[in-house]
Write a protein that binds this ligand. Structure first.
Ligand SMILES: NC(=O)c1ccc[n+]([C@@H]2O[C@H](COP(=O)([O-])OP(=O)(O)OC[C@H]3O[C@@H](n4cnc5c(N)ncnc54)[C@H](O)[C@@H]3O)[C@@H](O)[C@H]2O)c1
Length: 338
């Protein structure tokens, strides 16, 4: 099959910069878009766009195809079929407008600067039948996919949980909320616990730290709490099911089940063996690459992607609802469409 003519829009940290982090490389065979585009046979990386001359210089040095400053140049010279959108969230819809031949996009989260912009982007993709793969990369992690499919058997119904994130609700908060939806159950309502605290040095401008309760379709409540990454990083989820406890920690690079066993203190009771972990092999190493393979299949076979726009919108709606609750002094906010 002929590879898709592909443009990379934005050549910053997630597009290429993180490739240079040697610690990250020990866990992620593919940590950036440039690494996948260099290797993946279904994508012909013909062009890279970035208005920043320093970024263009780095792109030329890497071998990022024809490196140009504007979307218009990329369109007139390559008419891309696939766009990888690795820019700040203000640059999303412009990419769709610039490339009329698009069949698919890989787009960084969030889908827009706010929910209205995100819906606008998702709607435009749907109207033009453009397949969307949102870079919530845990949706392509092989271990996480397997556990999500098998959660009823091994974990049982989630009774309670704790979700931790840092560096901003719109940044890692989006990832952990999406992981709750993937690994526990759909979130039907939220309540902010305390005020939204502005983060001066957050990667996304205007981002905040905010605690919340996430109310699941099962009736269970997950506590969501921010950590200050100046002390250490963590993006983690600890779920207490009816059959086992399941922990995703060290930014989901360590995934562990704690089985249900005979209680050590009472003959007729059971307990969770928190001292006897069953550790799963992590699946993050190739998740980025697999996001691309899945998009190629979706475009070729007209099938849904693993991390589509509707899913990402739902996750962004949860985040927007937490912020709305904070503005209403912690009132319970039901999610739209439920
Ligand atoms: N999925 C993840 O785990 C993950 C991780 C990090 C960042 N991100 C997301 O990726 C996006 C980019 O983040 P980053 O950290 O790489 O940012 P960055 O600032 O390092 O890079 C963004 C690049 O986009 C370029 N750019 C700006 N406007 C442009 C335009 N009109 N056309 C082309 N290029 C343009 C900038 O010059 C810059 O080189 C953000 O939405 C962020 O939230 C996602």
């Amino acid at each position: 099959m002929r590879p898709f003519r592909t443009v990379l829009v934005g050549f910053g940290a997630i597009a290429h910069g993180l490739s240079n982090d040697r610690r990250m490389a020990t866990h992620f065979r593919y940590a950036t878009h440039a690494q996948v585009l260099r290797d993946h046979p279904r994508f012909d990386w013909c062009c890279t766009v970035d208005p920043d001359p320093a970024a263009r210089k780095r792109a030329r040095r890497f071998g990022a195809g024809d490196v140009v400053a504007t979307l218009d140049e990329a369109q007139s010279r390559h008419a891309p079929e696939i766009a990888v959108i690795a820019t700040p969230p203000s640059v999303r819809i412009d990419v769709l407008k610039a490339f009329p031949a698009l069949r698919g996009v890989i787009v960084e989260k969030p889908l827009g600067t706010d929910l209205t912009a995100a819906r606008h982007f998702a709607g435009a993709c749907m109207r033009r039948a453009i397949a969307v793969q949102v870079c919530l990369w845990r949706r392509a992690d092989r271990t996480l996919r397997r556990l999500a499919a098998d959660k009823a058997r091994k974990l049982g119904a989630v009774q309670a949980g704790l979700a931790l994130y840092g560096n901003g609700l719109h940044n890692n908060g989006v990832h952990i909320v999406d992981l709750v939806r993937m690994q526990a159950a759909e979130i039907l309502a939220v309540r902010a616990l305390g005020p939204a605290v502005p983060l001066a040095r957050a990667p996304i401008r205007g981002d905040v730290a905010l605690a919340a309760s996430l109310h699941l379709s099962t009736g269970a409540v997950i506590s969501l709490a921010p950590l200050d990454f100046r002390h250490y990083r963590e993006v983690a989820l600890d779920l207490w099911g009816t059959r086992a406890r399941r922990s995703f920690d060290q930014e989901t690079l360590r995934i562990v089940d704690f089985p249900r066993v005979a209680n050590r203190g009472l003959e007729s009771e059971l307990e969770i063996a928190s001292d006897r972990p069953h550790v799963y092999a992590p699946g993050a190493a190739r998740a980025f690459y697999d996001l691309y393979s899945n998009l190629a299949q979706a475009v070729s076979n007209d099938r849904p992607t693993w991390s589509d726009a509707a899913n990402a919108l739902r996750t962004e709606e949860v985040v927007a609802s937490i912020l709305r609750s904070a503005r209403r002094d912690g009132a319970l906010v039901d999610l739209p469409g439920q």
